[in-house]
Ligand binder design. Structure first.
Ligand code: NSS
Length: 432
């Protein structure tokens, strides 16, 4: 019996006989020697079958193989500098696990993106998609490590909610006798309650926005990471963001070199990403944009094009701080130095990627936040518990939300965030 091994582990088995299980990607035969290339999710392996070195029934099985046939191959692990991954398998046995008809939709040629999205369940098997998902996973693990090291508690917040957090569109569903339930747009409001219980927390979960935007950076379901820190002000908040983002980037650069190479990512654009990030006041940003020809007016939120114009002068993420009140959500704290504005920041990624984080110090004054809830015509009774946080031991606190898919897109150098989540949900896409 041979040990089973995954392709990435073969180096530890050089000279030994092992069994590898996976799916066929390429087949080639001269009539006397056949090559089976397979993938198992950890790598690509070339295997060699020599007609006069295996029993006839094993040799004949080669003829039954097609792209995507699942199989178990057994043979000796040989170092070979020319082989992908550095090792080759000299086969003694081939066993078919599951056959695959010849009409497998994804062929080694250019396919349109709609076709690929319709076949997302197969598209995920391709090397580029595997690389993106491994980097996503690395970022997810790095997020947990970062907060764990800093003594944050992870808090899981509800997805079915009565209170609304952001202005973007809402998905709603009937909820027994309680009226409408909304799919959470953010975990923040619950994160604030948890910060008063645990001091430093973060949430990590799916969030939902019924946005009719068909841009390359909007999904209707995306994953957000939302830390919330008691007794932190807006400056503490930005320091946490720049440390956090730098940590994530450096972790991928250190541990996911092969995947970045598969994606042809220019890592010189990532290696130097470190704190501090430049801080630009919103009012100055508007003046810069107007000089660059933008039609933006003081009071407007900044669009994707404005963001791209602002980051083009920098080689690392930047903060745009202190937006006008009317451009931002109700819970942001009024800026004591300029009450037309709020103590907030957007963190914009370079190379045109734009906003990956929205953060703010929260309004901790009971009367002021109640007034904002009323101005925004939000259902007051759904916010009674949220108002309580300002009544019983109110405390300065700050937090932010990092969009996972946008962060993955930037680090991977991928143009559209639909490739950065296994099964994207967009306005016109609910399957597979
Ligand atoms: O709306 S945000 O700017 N802010 C919040 O939701 C706050 N409640 C966060 C907080 O302070 N706790 O969204 C935060 C980030 C934003 O910067 C994007 O990176 C991402 O969430 N985001 C999205 N990603 C993908 N698709 C869509 N539609 C989307 N909307 C926001």
């Amino acid at each position: 019996m041979s040990d089973t091994a995954r392709i990435i582990e073969l180096g530890a088995h050089a000279g030994a006989s092992v069994t590898v299980r996976g799916w066929v990607t390429h087949l080639r035969s001269s009539g006397k020697v056949a090559f089976i290339v397979l993938r198992d999710g950890t790598g690509i392996l070339q295997t060699v079958l020599v007609k006069n070195q295996v029993p006839p029934e094993v040799w004949e099985r080669f003829a039954e193989l097609t792209q995507e046939t699942s199989l178990a191959v057994t043979g000796e692990v040989k170092a070979d500098a020319r082989a992908p991954g550095g090792y080759e398998l000299g086969l003694t046995n081939v066993e078919i696990i599951g056959s695959s008809p010849l009409d497998y939709p994804i062929q080694p040629k250019e396919h349109g993106v709609d076709f690929l999205l319709d076949n997302r369940h197969f598209w995920l098997r391709t090397p580029r998609q595997v690389a993106i998902m491994r980097i996503r996973n690395e970022i997810e693990m790095a997020i947990h490590d970062f907060f764990y090291q800093r003594g944050f508690l992870r808090v899981d917040t509800p997805i079915l909610t009565a209170a609304i957090g952001e202005r973007a569109g809402l998905f709603s569903t009937e909820y027994f006798e309680e009226g409408n339930a909304y799919l959470a747009q953010t975990g923040q409001l619950y994160g604030e309650a948890a910060a008063a219980a645990f001091g430093k927390i973060y949430t990590f979960g799916p969030t939902f926005r019924a946005e009719k935007s068909k841009t390359r950076r909007h999904l209707t379901e995306f994953w957000m990471i939302e830390p919330e820190v008691a007794f932190a002000d807006t400056h503490d908040n930005m320091r946490l963001q720049e440390d956090f983002v730098s940590f994530l980037v450096q972790r991928v650069v250190e541990r996911r070199k092969d995947e970045l190479k598969e994606l042809e990512r220019d890592i010189t654009k990532l290696e130097h990403i470190s704190a501090p990030f430049p801080r630009i006041d919103y009012t100055d940003a508007v003046a810069t944009l107007q000089k660059k020809g933008s039609s933006v007016q003081w009071g407007d939120d900044l669009g994707a094009e404005d963001e791209a114009l602002l980051v083009e002068d920098y080689d690392r993420p930047i903060f745009i701080m202190n937006y006008p009140k009317e451009a931002k959500a109700f819970y942001m704290k009024e800026n004591p130095d300029d009450p037309r504005t709020v103590l907030c920041d957007d963190c914009l990624a370079p190379e045109g990627y734009g906003e990956i984080i929205g953060g703010s110090q929260r309004e901790d004054d009971y009367d002021k936040i109640l007034q904002r809830i009323r101005e925004e015509k939000l259902p007051e009774d759904a916010y009674d518990w949220y108002l309580d946080l300002r009544k019983y031991g109110t405390f300065p606190h700050s937090g932010f939300g990092l969009g996972l898919e946008r962060t993955v897109a930037w680090i991977c150098g991928v143009q559209h965030i639909r490739e950065c989540i296994p099964f994207p949900r967009m306005m016109h896409r609910l399957r597979p």
